[in-house]
Write a protein of this length. Structure first.
Ligand code: C5P
Length: 312
């Protein structure tokens, strides 16, 4: 094979429907309890693979992000498959960075899912999950999609059943939050007493299926203190009827979920002057169908993770 195999895939953003930070662990990371959900906002990735003796990975990224995680994902995937070749990645970014929406992580996971299909090798899910966790704490979730509970660093995942989609609105302020910095601010405030309460209240939300009208995010207190504008956005969304209205991850994006599309649409007027995008929750069935469609030319069965038809 010397001609390129190509695919255009969408890398979806995530929100956290709940996020509790329990304590700092001996390895420096923090112990989490969170509920992830994929949403309709997405980057587009054009991926091309050509078998070659020497590995060359190129990326076209208008934002010129340094140390793009998608490139690292391509390198680790080729190594795991024992394959060399030319990988060309073209990235169209729509997911804002530094917003707590997992954009870079999703781009990386998209490469992990698509590259083996183009290269004609199958990597088992546990192998992909291990590479994903090496790339970043949010990456493994995008190998699953839909709604999932994340514990530990956020890399131990438990899928939640698909619930009906809900319309939402995502406010994206011009604020870039560093995740590492947000953890540094939060860490001194964590106590063992609050840990027990957090585990208990998180548990009730997880048992209810994850998608509910309540939820909380432990980063809000510290990040909103630094950026009061975010607290204002949350209030505006609540006033417009959002339940819940929460910051995603370590911020800065704030989302609201609504009962009706009309309500979400009207909420946009309350955010005048602020950049806002309409979103919907994307469940696991839709997530997988999206992937199978994007790779249909290169697969012949609807398996998860997508499996190349070139595997002998
Ligand atoms: O894993 P990732 O590279 O995305 O994490 C970015 C930073 O966020 C880490 O360097 C660490 O400071 C912090 N982090 C943490 N606990 C987690 C996840 C991330 O302290 N569970």
């Amino acid at each position: 094979m010397s001609t390129a195999r190509r695919a255009r895939v969408r890398a979806l953003a995530k929100i956290n429907l709940d996020l509790r930070v329990l304590s700092q662990r001996p390895d420096g990371y923090h112990e989490l309890r969170t509920i992830f959900h994929t949403i309709s906002l997405a980057d587009t990735i054009d991926l091309a693979f050509t078998r070659a003796r020497k590995t060359v990975i190129e990326i076209q990224d208008p934002l010129q992000l340094p140390d793009n995680l998608a490139v690292k994902a391509a390198r680790l995937t080729l190594e795991a498959m024992g394959v060399s070749g030319r990988v060309a990645i073209r990235l169209v970014k729509r997911i804002p960075t530094g917003a707590g929406l997992g954009g870079g992580s999703s781009d990386a996971a998209a490469v992990l899912l698509a590259l083996p299909v183009l290269a004609g090798r199958a990597l088992a899910l546990p192998v992909l999950a291990q590479i994903a966790a090496e790339l970043g704490s949010d990456v493994p979730f995008f190998l699953l999609g839909g709604a999932a509970v994340g514990i530990g660093r956020g890399t131990e995942l438990f899928p939640l059943p698909d619930a009906p989609s809900r319309p939402g609105l995502l406010a994206v302020p011009e604020v870039h939050v560093s995740t590492a910095e947000a953890y540094r601010l939060l860490s001194p405030r964590l106590t063992s007493e609050s840990k027990q309460n957090k585990i208990f209240s998180f548990q009730s939300l997880a048992l209810a299926g994850g998608v509910s009208e309540s939820g909380c995010n432990d980063f809000e207190a510290v990040v909103m203190e630094q950026h009061p504008r975010l607290a204002l956005l949350k209030r505006r969304l609540e006033q417009a009827g959002a339940a819940p209205a929460l910051m995603s991850g370590s911020g800065s994006a704030v989302f609201g979920l609504f009962r009706t599309r009309d309500q979400a649409f009207r909420a946009r007027n309350g955010l005048s002057g602020e950049k806002a995008v309409g979103i919907s929750l994307v469940n696991r069935a839709r997530y997988r169908t999206m992937w199978w469609r994007a790779l249909q030319e290169h697969i012949d069965q609807r398996l998860w993770p997508p499996r190349s038809r070139y595997v002998r």
